[in-house]
Design a protein around this ligand. Structure first.
Ligand code: 7PJ
Length: 289
């Protein structure tokens, strides 16, 4: 499986890709504006790359449940300097987490490769044109409602079928609008208009998304359902996140969006080896252990 993201062709069959989260918001739910300053953000990204990140996902608008939309100028002011510096100073594959065409365009002009849109290109009609113009990689994520309203009363027939059908429809729609299939990745949107039970069902039945024949991205790092399952506060959810990551990889996830890059990269390697024992041979030296 390949994912074409402008001039970068990512391979995500045997080794899952790690997408490191770089929040540049003052209110982001788990790292509280730690990276508001762009030099600090670039240093944090450098560390993630050293720790095994394949992609850096830069986000300037908090999409946590209940969050209000951020003003476009403010979002630009937050993400553009960071993306520009990352493109100049690193060889990272850069993703921009935005629902806005103007932000995506500025990000692309400054060297980003991927548009990660939690609205699956439905929020801003101009976004599909930006993606097409640049040949950007695109993450199509399922969300029920908007970040402000999504947790109000999430209801599905069968959550796995409903989310898969939605993603299928979005793949068809954006291809109809001119995007190339090989630029698309899909994401069930863990935590976006879902109960803890919905989230668990989606991860347990992630194999259902293989039918879309596109890379499957999963973002569950430190999310609230992990707190509901364990009682752990957000700053103590690494172990739960890694368990969710291992199960996701086992069930076919290709890309994991994470805060704890070093730990996640290690867990992903082990889970991938167990998922495909026959392929493990090709990337582990034949040592007796
Ligand atoms: C996701 C995301 C996710 C994708 C966020 C948080 C909330 N993008 N952006 N998938 N989550 N593609 O990190 O808790 O699950 S923001």
């Amino acid at each position: 499986m390949h994912w074409q993201c402008r001039n970068r062709k990512l391979t995500c069959d045997d080794q899952p890709l790690i997408m490191g989260i770089l929040n540049v918001t003052p209110d982001s739910f788990s790292d509280g504006g730690q990276y508001a300053d762009s030099a600090a953000a670039v240093a944090a990204a450098q560390q993630m790359l050293e720790d095994g990140a394949d992609i850096i996902d830069v986000g300037g608008e908090s999409t946590r449940p209940g969050a209000n939309e951020v003003d476009e100028a403010e979002e630009l002011r937050r993400v553009v300097p960071v993306i520009e510096a990352l493109a100049q100073e690193t060889s990272a594959v850069i993703s921009v987490d935005t629902m806005k065409a103007k932000v995506a365009r500025a990000a692309m002009k400054h060297g980003a490769h991927i548009i990660n849109d939690v609205s699956a290109l439905t929020h801003d009609a101009a976004l599909v044109d930006v993606a097409g113009e640049f040949g950007a990689g695109v993450v199509l994520m399922h969300m029920s409602g908007s970040p402000r309203t999504m947790q109000d009363n999430p209801a599905y027939g069968d959550v796995v079928t409903d989310v898969r059908t939605y993603l299928e429809e979005r793949v068809t729609a954006v291809m109809g609008a001119g995007l190339s299939r090989d630029t698309l990745a899909v994401d069930p949107g863990i935590g976006f208009g879902k109960t803890a039970e919905h989230n668990v069902q989606l991860i347990a039945q992630l194999e259902a998304f293989a039918a879309l024949e596109r890379p499957v991205l999963v973002g569950l790092s430190r999310k609230r359902f992990l707190g509901m399952l364990t009682g752990a506060p957000v700053e103590q959810r690494t172990a739960g996140s890694l368990a969710g990551l291992a199960c996701s990889v086992m069930n076919g996830a290709h890309i994991m969006r994470v805060h704890d890059v070093r730990e996640s990269a290690q867990a992903a390697r082990v889970a991938a080896a167990i998922r495909s024992p026959e392929q493990t041979r090709t990337w582990v030296e034949s040592v007796t252990c």
